[in-house]
Design a protein. Structure first.
Length: 283
C-alpha cells in the first residue's frame, strides 16, 4: 500500500511555491537543543489547502468524480457533490461520537471513513487509491524550499529528528514520493514520529506531544525545539509542556496566527522562521 500511495502522490503532484507573508523573522541562539521536532503540512511540505483535511467544499465533488473515473466509475456532477457531502457527514458523525466519549480533538482514520462511504455507495474500487487520489486533488503538496538542507543540517549537528503531525496513513509517503528519501532515510526514527490518525486524536491535543516526549528517552521538554506553522495547533501545546518553539511563517497558505483564540493567549514562540534553514542559525 505504501508503494501505491507514493506512486499516486508522484503522479498527481506538481511543483508549488510558497505564497508571501508579511511576517518578520525572529532569530536567536537557543542553547541546549537536543531534538528538533517538525510539523508536516504547511511546514515540511507546502499544503495547497493550508492543512490536511481543510480543503474548501467547492472542488470536492470534482475531486471525487475524477478519482472514481481513474478506476472506471462514472458519477454525474451532482451525484459527486452529494457523495462528498455524505463523506464529510461521516467524518462529522465520527468526530461527534468521539467527542461524546470525552476526546476534545478527535481524529478519524480516513480509510475507515472511505470504507463506510464505499459500502453505502455500493461502488467497487481500490479504497487506498481512492483515498490518496481525492486527497492529492483537494490538498496538493510539495516540499517546502530548504526542507532537505534543513533536515541534513540538523542531522549533521547530531540532533534527534522527530515529527508530531495531524496526518493520515499516506502522509509518511510524501517523503519518498517527493524528496526521494523515506522519512527514516531523512533521519526520522519511526519511534519519534507521532501521527494523529494512529492515536485517533488531533492537534492541538497535548497528548500527541506527550506521546513523543515519552519516546525521547533522556531528552527533556526544554531540550526539544518544535517547528510548526500554527499558533494554536503547534506553538500552544508544545510550549505548554516546556518545549521551545519556532513558528514557521514562510507560506501564507498555512500560516495560522489564530489571533483572538483563547488557546494562544500569552503564547510567544521562541523563534519566527521565514525560511526553514534559518533554524540552523539558531541551534
Amino acid at each position: 500500500m505504501e508503494d501505491l500511495f507514493a506512486q499516486r502522490i508522484q503522479a498527481l503532484s506538481r511543483p508549488l511555491e510558497p505564497t508571501p507573508t508579511d511576517a518578520k523573522d525572529r532569530l536567536t541562539d537557543l542553547k541546549g537543543v537536543r531534538a528538533v521536532i517538525f510539523d508536516i503540512y504547511g511546514t515540511c511540505f507546502i499544503s495547497g489547502s493550508g492543512d490536511i483535511g481543510s480543503a474548501q467544499a467547492t472542488p470536492r465533488g470534482s475531486a471525487l468524480r475524477e478519482s472514481l473515473r481513474e478506476q472506471g466509475v462514472e458519477l454525474e456532477p451532482e451525484d459527486a457533490e452529494e457523495g462528498m457531502e455524505r463523506f464529510m457527514e461521516l467524518i462529522r458523525r465520527e468526530h461527534a461520537r468521539r467527542m461524546a466519549e470525552g476526546v476534545a480533538h478527535p481524529e478519524v482514520r480516513i480509510l475507515d471513513i472511505w470504507e463506510q462511504w464505499r459500502r453505502e455507495a455500493m461502488v467497487q474500487v481500490n479504497l487506498a487509491q481512492l483515498a490518496i487520489d481525492v486527497e492529492c486533488r483537494l490538498n496538493p503538496v510539495w516540499p517546502m524550499p530548504g526542507l532537505t538542507a534543513c533536515l541534513e543540517g540538523v542531522r549533521e549537528l547530531g540532533l534527534t529528528l522527530g515529527i508530531v503531525s495531524n496526518a493520515q496513513v499516506f502522509t509518511p509517503c510524501l517523503f519518498p514520493a517527493l524528496t526521494g528519501r523515506t522519512a527514516a532515510e531523512a533521519g526520522f526514527d519511526p519511534s519519534h514520529c507521532v501521527w494523529s490518525w494512529m492515536h485517533r486524536e488531533a492537534k492541538p491535543s497535548v497528548r500527541l506531544y506527550t506521546h513523543l516526549l515519552e519516546r525521547l528517552h533522556g531528552v527533556s521538554p526544554e531540550d526539544c525545539l518544535y517547528i510548526g506553522n500554527d499558533m494554536r495547533n503547534d506553538m500552544a501545546p508544545a510550549s505548554s509542556l516546556g518545549m521551545r518553539t519556532a513558528l514557521f511563517a514562510g507560506d501564507g497558505r498555512s500560516l495560522r496566527w489564530r489571533e483572538g483564540d483563547p488557546l494562544v493567549k500569552g503564547v510567544e514562540p521562541d523563534l519566527i522562521l521565514t525560511r526553514l534553514t534559518q533554524v540552523l542559525e539558531c541551534i
